[in-house]
Design a protein around this ligand. Structure first.
Ligand code: XMP
Length: 489
C-alpha cells in the first residue's frame, strides 16, 4: 500500500480537513504564464478543474451552459421528472455547435433561381448539392450565381456548381476542420461519411472561438453531465426515457450520499449496460470503498471514468452530525487517491464539497484530486436557479442541501440517502449572499489555484500532487487568518 496521500494528511491520527493543513512552499523555476490548470475526466479535457454540484439550487441548464463555456463543467441535478431532465440536457447539448445538423440541400437539375431564393430567404451563402440517392455531388455558393437574369431563370445547378467537394469525415476535431478550411481557403466544409452521404456542415464563422476555454465534444457541442440515481428503473417506460436522455449526456454522475453499498453497485452495473455514456461513481470516503469499487465490481472499464469523494463536509450537509458518520473531503480525497495509485487505475478523482476559500482548491489537488466540485461557491450566483431576494438590505439567494426537508419534499431524491428514513433530514436550507455572475467567482477560484501552484512550485496539476503539506496547529490556524487587528478580535 502506498499510504502516500494518507501520510500526507497524517491519516492514522487524524480525519483531517482543509483548515488542518497547509501546502509547504516549493521551488518555482517557471513564469506564472507557464502554469497549466487543465485536467481530464476520462477522455474529456477540461481547461478548468472546477465542477458545479448536482443540486437543485445550483445547477440547471443556465449554470451548466455557463460552466462549460468558461472551461469547467456543471452537473445537472435530478430532483425533477425525467421529462424535465431531458429538456435540460437537450438545451445544454444544443447550446453551442460548430456543426450544422440541419443542412439546406438542392438537387443538380433544379434551376439557379431556386438556390437564389433559398439563399435570400434562409440567409445562407452556400447550398450542398445532392443527387437522387441523397449522395453529395457538389456545392453551390453565392459566388456561383450567374449575372444574367436569363441564366438565373433557366440555368441548372449542375452546370454552375463546384464538383469534387472538399469535405471532412464525421467526428473530426475542430483543429482538423480549421486546418482544412485554411489550406483550401474555403468558407464551408460539408461533413460526408464513407458512403458519400451528407452528415452536417461546418462553417468558418461558427468555428471562431468565442469562448476559447469551453469544454466541448468533437462536434463543438458543450459537454453535458447529469446526476443519476443508482437504482435501476424497473418500468420499460422509464428505461426508454433514460435511453433518450442518454443521447444528449456525455457523463452521468451517480448521485448518492454513500455509494459503498451492494444495492447501489449492482444497480449501477445494470445502468452501465443500459446506457452508452461515461459514468462517475460516488460518493465514497475511504480507501477500502475505492479498492472494492476498482477491484471487485466489474464496472465497464471504458465507461467508468471517475470517483467522487467526500461525505458530510458540505456547507449544507448535516449527515455527520445526524448519523455520526462522515469522511471530510480532504481526508476522503487522500484515502481514495492512494487506492487509485495502488491499483494503477487511471480514473479521475473529484473532491466534492466543503470548499470555503480559493486556497482549499490547491490543497485538495495536493492530496490527489484531479477536479473539485462545489455547490457553495456557485449557489449565490446569477446562473443558479431561483430568485434574488433582499434581507436587511443584502441581496441573497436560497441554497439547500439535497437531504434537506425542502429538497426532499419535491420528491425525486429520497434514494440519495437511506431510503427507509423518512424523518431525519441530512441537510439544511438557508440564504447565501448573492455574488453576481459566475465569471467573477471562477476568476477568483482560478487565481487562488494558479497562485497556490506558483508558490508550491508546480506547473501542472500532476506536479501539484508531489507538493509537500504539513498539519497546522490550532494556533497556526489562527495565525493563518487576519488577526490582532481592531476589527478582528
Ligand atoms: P458545498 O460545501 O459546496 O457541498 O456546499 C456540496 C456537496 O454537498 C453534498 N450534498 C449534501 N450532503 N446533505 C449532505 O450530507 C445534503 O443535504 C447535501 N446536499 C448536497 C453534495 O455532494 C454536494 O456536491
Amino acid at each position: 500500500m502506498t499510504d502516500y496521500y494518507r501520510n500526507k494528511v497524517h491519516y492514522k491520527e487524524l480525519i483531517a480537513t482543509f483548515d488542518d493543513i497547509l501546502i509547504q512552499p516549493g521551488f518555482t523555476n517557471f513564469e506564472p504564464n507557464e502554469v497549466d490548470i487543465s485536467t481530464h475526466l476520462g477522455s474529456h479535457k477540461l481547461n478548468i478543474p472546477i465542477v458545479s454540484a448536482a443540486m437543485d439550487t445550483v445547477t440547471e441548464e443556465e449554470m451548466a451552459i455557463k460552466m462549460a463555456l468558461l472551461g469547467g463543467l456543471g452537473v445537472l441535478h435530478r430532483n425533477c421528472t425525467y421529462e424535465r431532465q431531458l429538456e435540460m440536457v437537450r438545451i445544454v447539448k444544443r447550446a453551442r455547435s460548430f456543426v450544422i445538423d440541419d443542412v439546406a440541400t438542392i438537387t443538380p437539375n433544379e434551376p439557379i433561381a431556386t438556390a437564389k431564393y433559398m439563399m435570400e430567404n434562409y440567409n445562407i451563402s452556400g447550398i450542398v448539392v445532392v443527387d437522387e440517392d441523397k449522395k453529395v455531388c457538389g456545392i453551390f455558393t453565392k459566388r456561383d450565381i450567374p449575372f444574367s437574369d436569363n441564366d438565373i431563370k433557366n440555368g441548372k445547378i449542375k452546370n454552375y456548381m463546384t464538383k469534387g467537394v472538399i469535405s471532412i469525415e464525421p467526428g473530426a476535431s475542430r483543429q482538423k476542420a480549421l486546418k482544412i478550411l485554411f489550406e483550401s481557403r474555403k468558407e464551408k466544409l460539408p461533413i460526408i461519411d464513407k458512403s458519400g452521404y451528407l452528415k452536417g456542415l461546418i462553417t468558418k464563422k461558427d468555428l471562431a472561438p468565442e469562448f476559447p476555454l469551453a469544454s466541448m465534444d468533437n462536434e463543438g457541442h458543450l459537454i453535458c453531465a447529469l446526476a443519476l440515481s443508482p437504482k435501476y428503473p424497473e418500468s420499460t417506460q422509464a428505461q426508454e426515457m433514460l435511453k433518450e436522455i442518454d443521447k444528449y449526456v456525455d457523463i452521468f454522475f451517480i448521485d448518492v450520499a454513500d455509494f459503498y453499498k451492494t444495492a447501489d453497485i449492482n444497480g449501477t452495473n445494470k445502468l452501465m449496460d443500459l446506457l452508452e455514456s461515461n459514468f462517475v461513481l460516488g460518493n465514497i470516503g475511504t480507501y477500502e470503498a475505492a479498492e472494492h469499487i476498482i477491484t471487485k465490481c466489474d464496472f465497464n472499464e471504458d465507461k467508468f471514468i471517475g470517483l467522487k469523494v467526500g461525505m458530510g463536509s458540505g456547507s449544507i450537509c448535516t449527515t455527520s452530525i445526524q448519523t455520526g458518520v462522515g469522511a471530510p473531503t480532504l481526508f476522503a480525497t487522500a484515502q481514495v487517491a492512494d487506492a487509485i495509485a495502488d491499483y494503477g487505475s487511471n480514473i479521475s478523482l473529484i473532491a466534492d464539497g466543503g470548499f470555503k476559500n480559493p486556497g482549499d482548491l490547491p490543497k485538495s489537488l495536493t492530496v490527489g484530486a484531479d477536479l473539485i466540485m462545489s455547490g457553495h461557491f456557485f449557489a449565490g450566483s446569477t446562473e443558479s436557479p431561483g430568485y434574488v431576494d433582499t434581507i436587511q438590505g443584502r441581496k441573497v439567494k436560497v441554497y439547500r442541501g439535497m437531504g434537506s426537508k425542502e429538497a426532499r419534499t419535491v420528491g425525486y431524491v429520497s434514494d440519495r440517502y437511506t431510503e427507509s428514513s423518512r424523518m431525519l433530514p441530512e441537510g439544511v436550507s438557508d440564504y447565501i449572499p448573492f455574488v453576481g455572475d459566475i465569471d467573477g467567482v471562477l476568476l477568483t477560484l482560478k487565481e487562488g489555484l494558479l497562485n497556490g501552484m506558483i508558490y508550491a512550485g508546480a506547473k501542472r496539476i500532476t506536479e501539484m500532487k508531489k507538493a509537500k503539506i504539513g498539519v497546522v496547529s490550532y494556533v497556526g490556524q489562527r495565525e493563518s487568518r487576519p488577526h490582532d487587528l481592531l476589527s478582528r478580535y
